[in-house]
Design a protein around this ligand. Structure first.
Ligand SMILES: [Zn+2]
Length: 270
């Protein structure tokens, strides 16, 4: 009905929405995004014997992410832009050499249990939570994978960076479905675009935009080895993973009755 469009409330909402979008234009930002493609060189990533090399997938998504962000006007720095090994300390040093910057680590997960699946996003410092929540919100929204939640963990690259830093695990390469998706360029492009959307929306997700319950430092305490996060708003409540590769692997009890991950994360990134 035409009258609906003339209601004051509707008009005000539209105006606010317009302002909101304008105020969040990346053109208004002067932020350097340091993109960290996980692994590289002799560090293939993933678990022993894994068919899909994580280092290849992370670099491809990172390069696509760079392209998307640059097209939106961001200054971007890559910790690696080819198949080379870069020590974690060097990655952190690169990130910490920029002011007014954020750090985005791109990884994929792996486990010996093929059924494990889903997206998870890690942060450490409180300042990193909005970025983690935003990236997770968009990546989960754009991926066919289940939502494994935003999690706090002391990965080296997250602990040692002094700028907002996030590590996103873009699905399990050991899962047949997610592995197949990851091997398509269009899906990797989609991942890059969703991560970029998270970068751009990092100051707004958690408020009006969020449809995913956002983690806080209070609801998610530090999880050095074990994951106890409740996944929310997921269609797939059975996702549960066992991770093996980490040198500090600590496979915990399988006390879960089937609702959540109870195992240490696989990704040895850190
Ligand atoms: Zn990794």
């Amino acid at each position: 009905m035409p009258t609906n469009f003339c209601r004051p409330g509707w008009s005000a909402a539209s105006l606010l929405a317009t302002l909101f979008i304008c105020c969040n234009s990346p053109a208004a930002e002067n932020v350097t995004v340091v993109i960290d493609a996980g692994h590289g060189g002799h560090d293939r990533g993933g678990i022993p014997g894994q068919r899909i090399a994580e280092k290849v997938m992370t670099l491809d998504v990172a390069q696509r992410l760079r392209n998307v962000l640059q097209a939106s006007g961001y200054r971007v720095v890559m910790t690696r832009d080819s198949d080379v090994f870069v020590p974690l300390g060097t990655r952190v040093a690169i990130a910490n050499s920029y002011r007014n910057a954020i750090f985005v680590c791109v990884h994929f997960n792996a486990t010996n249990r093929m059924g494990a699946s889903g997206i998870e996003t890690y942060f450490y410092s409180r300042d990193s939570l909005p970025l983690a929540s935003a990236i997770h919100h968009f990546v989960v929204g754009g991926a066919p994978s289940s939502n494994r939640g935003v999690r706090r963990r002391g990965y080296y690259v997250l602990r040692k960076t002094n700028i907002p830093a996030v590590l996103v695990e873009c699905g399990f390469l050991t899962n047949p479905t997610e592995g197949a998706y990851a091997q398509t360029a269009s899906y990797r492009q989609k991942l890059a675009e969703e991560i970029a959307a998270g970068v751009q929306g990092r100051n707004s997700v958690g408020g009006a935009l969020s449809t995913t319950r956002v983690a806080t430092s209070e609801t998610i305490p530090l999880q050095p080895y074990m994951d106890q996060t409740k996944v929310t708003s997921s269609k797939h409540h059975k996702s549960k993973s066992s991770h093996k590769k980490s040198a500090r692997k600590k496979k915990t009890s399988s006390k879960s009755t089937g609702s959540e991950a109870r195992y240490a994360s696989t990704d040895p990134e850190a």
